[in-house]
Design a protein around this ligand. Structure first.
Ligand code: CTP
Ligand code: MG
Length: 381
């Protein structure tokens, strides 16, 4: 896997966020905080997810969590929709009946996709855990980002489409490093002193150790990536093991009590071909949430998604074994998915234009400025 190192470093560099993007996101978050705190008394709008962990690529969404005392999430989401609509937000979608009620939208000015989850305070805590992992060693951050990038390019990183969330891929990457290089990625939930929070009626152990022992490990990010693909393509017993970073990488299904339930993905798809609708069995590609131990992150995975994820892992493992370049391994699937991507920088829309097209744009803008200047002069007079 060492041969991948150079390409990974270059790839991550070119996908790092621009400073202007970070500023734009911060000002959007501040704006939303102001809007919501004036509309809802005593609420708190907190940021979590990749914008806070530093585990973000250029096209990450903005994850926010509204902490609010409200019983009726349907009504609340309806009000939020109204507020966001007044703010000129676009493509507003509310999902009131999800495990965590959510409103999604796009800010047309900054181009950001935003998710606001209601009372998902556990996510604020697990964000801290991920941040601690990413700060343990640069290789941890690099592997997570690389895995996320690969999964995104290969279209297997979207919980709404029935594949894994970025969060699930992040946990998988950490689990792999915990197993292969425990020095590099020690279990950060093992501290003597425990910390708990009560959310609703449930008490969660949210301990995150901050006494991190620096790792003595020589592996490179490329080797970690090669190992990651190999582990989850060939070396992982999905029928008997559960991914668990709280338990040092894995835990047996027996201990966990999660049975691999039928029908499986193939049976569900075969039944669908016959016009029959079967509900998919639980716990196929099991990933335990580090704090909410009852939550299996593969719950959102649909049959096609499951088969695609497994195919993609095999494809990547095979390509690494054949020494294929990183760019080929991460070749984009369905590029049209990225058409809404935010501009990289101020000159983004100019790079593909011919010189005379730019000149005519410039002429137009200059004449607009002239008109405005004349108008301003008139007003001032
Ligand atoms: N999260 C969670 N449970 C899930 C999915 C997500 O608690 N089933 C929380 C985690 O705190 C995670 C955050 O939501 O850090 C954001 O999830 P996601 O957007 O999937 O991950 P990001 O790292 O933000 O990825 P991206 O950059 O693609 O937005
Ligand atoms: Mg996110």
């Amino acid at each position: 896997g060492k041969y991948l190192d150079g390409a990974i470093t270059r790839g991550l560099k070119s996908h790092r966020e621009h400073d202007s993007t970070i500023k734009r996101r911060e000002s959007l978050i501040r704006h939303l905080q102001k809007i919501f705190s004036t509309r809802f008394k005593g609420c708190d709008l907190q940021a979590f997810g990749s914008s806070q962990t530093g585990l973000n690529l250029r096209n990450g969404d903005v994850d926010l969590c509204l902490i609010i005392d409200s019983k009726d999430s349907r009504k609340l989401l309806k009000r939020m929709r109204g507020i966001l609509n007044d703010q000129g937000m676009e493509d507003i979608i509310t999902i009131p009946r999800a495990r965590i009620p959510i409103v999604k939208f796009r800010d047309p000015r900054s181009g950001f996709e935003v998710d606001i989850a209601i009372n998902n305070s556990l996510a604020v805590h697990n964000t801290k855990l991920l941040k601690s992992y990413s700060e343990c060693d640069p290789r941890i951050k690099e592997l997570i980002l690389t895995v996320k990038y690969w999964a995104l390019q290969r279209a297997i990183c979207d919980a709404y489409e029935g594949t894994f969330s970025s969060y699930a891929w992040t946990l998988m990457a950490i689990a792999h490093m915990q197993i292969i290089e425990p020095n590099l990625a020690p279990n950060l939930q093992l501290s003597e002193q425990r910390e708990e929070v009560k959310i609703g009626k449930i008490v969660y152990d949210i301990t995150v150790s901050n006494q991190i022992t620096p790792g003595d490990s020589k592996c490179t990010t490329g080797e970690l990536l090669a190992g990651f693909f190999d582990r989850f393509a060939r070396g992982w017993d999905w029928q008997n093991d559960v991914i668990s970073i709280a338990n040092g990488g894995s835990i047996s299904r027996k201990e966990k009590g999660w049975k691999f339930a039928n029908p499986g993905a193939i049976e569900v798809m075969e039944a669908a071909d016959e016009g029959e609708e079967l509900p998919m069995g639980y716990h196929h590609l099991s990933i335990e949430d580090p704090f909410d131990k009852e939550h299996d992150l593969c719950r959102v995975v649909r049959p096609e998604g499951e088969l695609t994820i497994r195919d993609e892992l095999l494809r990547a493992a095979r390509m690494v074994a054949e020494g294929k370049p990183f760019a080929k391994i991460c070749e984009v699937v369905r590029p049209e998915r990225f058409k809404n991507e935010q501009p990289e920088d101020l000159f983004h829309d100019l790079r593909t234009l011919k010189e005379h097209e730019i000149q005519s744009k410039l002429d137009n803008i200059t004449s607009e400025i002239d008109t405005l200047t004349t108008r301003m002069d008139a007003l001032e007079n």
